[in-house]
Design a protein around this ligand. Structure first.
Ligand SMILES: [Ca+2]
Length: 153
């Protein structure tokens, strides 16, 4: 059973529409813990952050950061050298996730940009190497370069 903190996090969401996909993500995680015989799901403060990810001026999106989500009897699940899964939920309706250490929002060139610090292997380097990925929430999908390597020569 999802602990009280999760319920509190959901109740703190001003718009129920926004909570729909967030609730699905947490419910799915709860099933995953149970499926591993790893007990219930603990959702700690900071796991769910309301945000305006698509830059439409409304804080009707959310970030679910599994750095603050645990199976009670398997604390390392969702937690590794690459950080934890971070889910970006748009309008409570759709989401995508990336494993990362941290996320941040910034404005760049007229766009709302999501920044992720990721395991160095995603930058073809060693684990602790600085590796940053930028995402933009498009109309139907998150946009990020498929290949961000420099041009030859
Ligand atoms: Ca928004």
């Amino acid at each position: 059973m999802i602990r009280l903190l999760a319920a509190a996090a959901l109740l703190a969401m001003p718009a129920m529409a926004r909570a729909d996909r967030v609730a699905e993500i947490l419910a799915s995680a709860e099933v995953e813990c149970a499926g591993m015989d790893a007990g219930g799901l603990s959702v700690e403060p900071g796991a769910v952050t309301p945000a305006d990810l698509d830059g439409d001026g409304l804080e009707d999106d959310a970030v679910v950061d599994f750095a603050a989500v645990f199976c009670d009897y398997n604390l390392s699940h969702w937690h590794g050298t690459g950080g934890a899964p971070i889910h970006f939920v748009i309008d409570g309706a759709r989401s995508r996730s990336w494993w990362a250490h941290h996320w941040s929002l910034t404005e760049f060139d007229g766009m709302r940009v999501i920044l992720l610090s990721r395991h160095g292997s995603y930058c073809d380097s060693y684990g602790a190497a600085p590796c940053v990925q930028a995402l933009v929430a498009g109309g139907t999908e998150f946009l990020t370069p498929v290949d961000g390597r420099p041009e030859e020569g």
